[in-house]
Design a protein around this ligand. Structure first.
Ligand SMILES: Cc1cc2nc3c(=O)[nH]c(=O)nc-3n(C[C@H](O)[C@H](O)[C@H](O)COP(=O)(O)O)c2cc1C
Length: 222
């Protein structure tokens, strides 16, 4: 492992070159410091129409115009590849559900490496709801669901695959809005969870604070 330490200001820093690290170690390090990460709970369908669900925390919104999300897939060492990725390539559509605290355990059940063709939503006892645009259901008790069409698959050259999805329909539980007309959301009503470090680390989104945006020129503090 390429590690060097030096002092910058008050702290000592360790330095890593990801290219010089074992793949498992660079994954471990990066996934433990890029925190917290939102979780895409992806529902997809296989070629025969069977439903599949699994969580992915290498996930975020990358563009609002056009509305794009990105999901990063790692290889599955115990099988050919992840079912979700195969399904998205095959049918070119999927649904990203966001995960509330009370569905954390169910989300974890759907992360099992079940054989292809097993519907993890059944294993987890999840109720499904029909979508508007895509022929894939959403998770009924998830407060937010994003219907997506495949925009692009990026093969960055290593073992990972990145999927860009274009959001074509958004579902938000109305109780999550403090003002629906003005699109003001109360995150305390969503109670979403995020992914933290290690094999099983998570956080809630309950501990929040606000900072007013500043404009130029910066006002001098008195
Ligand atoms: C919270 C959480 C986040 C995860 N994030 C990812 C991820 O970003 N990329 C990935 O490839 N696997 C991720 N996994 C592992 C997949 O969910 C797991 O491999 C799953 O079995 C894939 O299911 P599938 O084969 O039905 O697609 C995550 C697991 C959990 C529990």
């Amino acid at each position: 492992m390429a590690v060097g330490t030096d002092k910058a200001g008050q702290d000592t820093f360790a330095h890593f070159d990801p290219a010089a690290m074992r793949k498992a170690d660079s994954y471990k390090l990066l996934a433990s410091v890029i925190l917290p990460r939102p979780i895409a709970w992806v529902v997809s369908r296989d070629a025969a129409g069977g439903v599949n669900a699994a969580p992915f925390s290498f996930f975020n919104i990358l563009s609002a115009d056009p509305p794009l999300v990105a999901i990063g897939f790692s290889p599955a060492p115990d099988r050919e590849g992840k079912d979700t990725l195969a399904n998205i390539r095959e049918r070119r559509e999927f649904v990203v559900n966001l995960v509330p605290e009370d569905l954390a355990e169910a989300m974890n059940v759907t992360a099992t490496n079940a054989p292809r063709g097993v519907d993890e939503t059944r294993l987890a006892g999840l109720e499904l709801e029909k979508c508007e645009v895509v022929d894939v259901p959403r998770i009924a008790r998830s407060p937010v669901a994003l219907e997506c069409k495949l925009f692009e698959v990026i093969e960055p050259g290593g073992s990972s695959t990145i999927v860009l999805g274009k959001i074509v329909q958004v579902h938000v539980r109305t109780s999550a809005f403090s003002n629906l007309e003005r699109l003001h959301i109360d995150p305390a009503q969503l109670r979403l969870i995020g992914r933290m470090h290690g094999a099983g680390g998570y956080c809630t989104t309950r501990d929040t604070f606000t900072i007013d945006r500043l404009s130029w020129p910066l006002e001098k503090k008195s």
